[in-house]
Write a protein of this length. Structure first.
Length: 205
């Protein structure tokens, strides 16, 4: 469902265009900068780029696609699985999860935990990443851009709306780094954790 690997961003182009026309993909966005000039791939090259999905894209009269690599800070390559670009169930919003976690690893962690010297996966990071996904998915649903969310996203949106994201992370998806934040969160949110168990864990069982 989520993928981050050293490929490139792909933009699907439904009509032919002059070679000298302006690039569809931007030179930069949200702190990411293009690492190379865009490359337009004609339909004859779809098999190499899209693999077994190439026939599906040709069926919908796509004439070409544009690809471009992006980096942040000259070190990280952002990649998007082309299969999520035309998502109709909100799955494309999982890109926000990857972007948020990359930002935390590159600096946001130390802004939120100034007393710690080494990066670790934290409760605040995981909750922030999931919240970005939930809010983006909820916005698309409300605007009518998508008609229905895939089940895991629908659950995530509900958890966020009910204020239970942190509790969900602590109890359903903890790791060693996240577990270190349990005591501090519990100290100030004991009632919310209790409600999570009553309303979500027990209530749905």
């Amino acid at each position: 469902m989520r993928r981050l690997s050293p490929i490139v961003i792909l933009c699907l182009i439904a009509a032919a265009r002059p070679a000298a026309s302006q690039s569809v993909l931007p030179s930069s966005f949200a702190g990411w900068n293009a690492a190379e000039a865009p490359v337009v791939v004609p339909s004859a090259g779809f098999d190499q780029v899209l693999g077994p999905d190439a026939a599906i894209f040709r069926e919908y009269f796509l004439k070409s696609l544009e690809r471009r690599a992006y980096t942040q800070g000259g070190q990280t390559t952002l990649s998007i699985d082309p299969k999520i670009l035309n998502s109709n169930d909100g799955s494309n919003e999982w890109l926000m999860y990857d972007l948020t976690r990359i930002a935390w690893a590159k600096g946001d962690f130390f802004k939120n935990y100034p007393d710690e010297k080494e990066y670790r996966h934290s409760l605040k990071e995981e909750a922030a990443a999931l919240r970005m996904v939930a809010e983006a998915a909820a916005k698309d649903l409300k605007s009518g851009k998508i008609k229905a969310l895939e089940p895991s996203l629908a659950m995530l949106v509900k958890l966020n709306e009910d204020g239970f994201l942190e509790a969900y992370v602590l109890f359903a998806h903890p790791d060693q780094g996240i577990a270190r934040d349990y005591a501090a969160y519990r100290k100030d949110n004991r009632e919310k954790l209790r409600r999570y168990w009553l309303e979500v864990v027990i209530g749905r069982s």
